[in-house]
Design a protein around this ligand. Sequence first.
Ligand SMILES: CCCCCCCCCCCCC/C=C/[C@@H](O)[C@H](CO)NC(=O)CCCCCCCCCCCCCCC
Ligand SMILES: Nc1ncnc2c1ncn2[C@@H]1O[C@H](COP(=O)(O)OP(=O)(O)OP(=O)(O)O)[C@@H](O)[C@H]1O
Ligand SMILES: [Ca+2]
Length: 517
Amino acid sequence: MYLLIERIPLDPSRGSCVHTENCFVPISEIIAVEETEFNKKQRNIGRWQKMAKLHAFTVHYVKKARNHRWRCSAATFWCVDEHLCNQWTQALKELLEMQKSRPKQLLVYINPFGGKRQGKRIYEQKVAPLFSLASISTDVVVTEHANHAKDNLFEVNIYKYDGVVCVGGDGMFSEVMHGLIGRMQKDSGIDQNNPKASLVQCNIRIGIIPAGSTDCICYSTVGISDPVTSALHIIVGDCQPLDVSSVHHNDTFLKYSVSLLGYGFYGDILKDSEKKRWMGPMRYDYSGFKTFLSHHYYEGTIAYQPAKHTHGSPRDKVSCRTGCYICKQSEKQLAEQNKEHGLKKEEGEEEWKVIKGKFLAINAVNMSCACPRSPKGLSPAAHLADGSADLILVRKCSRFDFLRYLVRHTNQDDQFDFPFVDVYRVKCFQFTSKLSEDNESNVMDVGKKRFGQFCRDHPACCCNIVNSTWNCDGETLDSSAIEVRVHCQLMKLFARGIEEDCKDEAGHSQSSIEQLL
Ligand SMILES: CCCCCCCCCCCCC/C=C/[C@@H](O)[C@H](CO)NC(=O)CCCCCCCCCCCCCCC
Ligand SMILES: Nc1ncnc2c1ncn2[C@@H]1O[C@H](COP(=O)(O)OP(=O)(O)OP(=O)(O)O)[C@@H](O)[C@H]1O
Ligand SMILES: [Ca+2]
């Protein structure tokens, strides 16, 4: 159902709409309806103001601008008939009440130190006024230390909230996600340390107000990193399921990941950049340049199970968009699996593929990992909710070739069209570094370990006997040997995926308007 906002009065004797443009607004994208004190000075309404007392109401609605940006717009309607005005206000409010997916109560965590340290200001100035306009009540926690939000989520009554909002970057999102998923497993008696455990889905949605350095998860799920746009997606009650990978080492749970699990290049950047937090978002450019020059490669073995259940491929030319068919298929399969519980084919029965080699980077991505630095992301055709990850292996190559590969993160060319880059769509994988394999087989070989440390300290040396670090959504992991498994649609966001490019500013093609008329 749509509300048509028109400038031209339909019936001049009854009333009009004070607005500068015509557009259709789906009821689901109305933010709020308010009775309005009509201010005669605001508009030149000519002879109407002399005739009688005017009654008015204002509709606040989502206006879609370019590049997936959403803004809050308003149209004030007035008429001389008070009863008619009340009828309209009431009818619209009732329609809004029927939007059951909208949150009424939210728990908000703000990291005051993320990104450019603007989290608190962004929330107070841009987001809180919109939540209050939409009559959403909030409990706000400004974090005082790392893991504050995560620990708090194990203590509070999360079930009284319709969603949890994090104001910060990918690291802050990761904290909230760990808190929520961890809490769900704890409450359901699931042991997170069991890598084969069927995890319980988390139905409490997370909203991300971007205020970090990379904001990759927000950008990849909304199409833009913009606090007002994200706040509006929360208000209208959008829902986007998301795949989550669990990462284990020797039957010990390490972390969950939704964006990038990167070993080699992205692990080394992160490790170096942690020491430069004071530089803010610039630290990644500094450490990126340094890591590029060091050109370390790492030897190891990867074993993976291909994701046969999903129809897509990482080399597809189409990307995951709002209402994605491939993600819908995975959702259906998941529902069937849950119904037939027990008949599910065990992972152990399926074939593992093994690859050994020397790698500059091993990147496993659950989503495209698009962000302002790389608008298409590391795997442009990856899906948000298909139950698979794209495993990208960048083998040892020259600095020049690696630079060509990196440049393709930023332009339209195919990143996988290089002889030294391989990509696989997988549902699980394991990695062991050559160094840890060697150490396991020869525990006496301490000299190699020491030499490894020596080489790490000398960036000009490209030798291959040091371990890199795993970058797990922007946090380092302590183990290089890991076991990863994708959990299809384990959690949900207040988002709708990236919308197809709109033909006009209002987001409707001419034909859809004609159909409505
Ligand atoms: C020549 C230009 C090449 C530009 C290449 C730009 C690639 C950018 C790719 C970004 C991918 C982000 C993936 C998301 C990861 C997040 O879960 C995580 C948490 O926020 N962020 C990072 O780990 C933060 C990762 C930040 C990575 C920044 C990389 C900057 C690389 C600079 C290389 C310079 C080479 C220059 C040679 C002359
Ligand atoms: N009050 C706090 N003091 C110190 N650290 C905090 C606080 N609150 C949260 N953190 C931690 O700060 C880390 C980084 O936060 P955040 O993700 O918001 O910013 P960022 O690192 O600049 O952005 P990005 O993750 O997008 O690169 C998180 O891992 C989180 O655990
Ligand atoms: Ca996926």
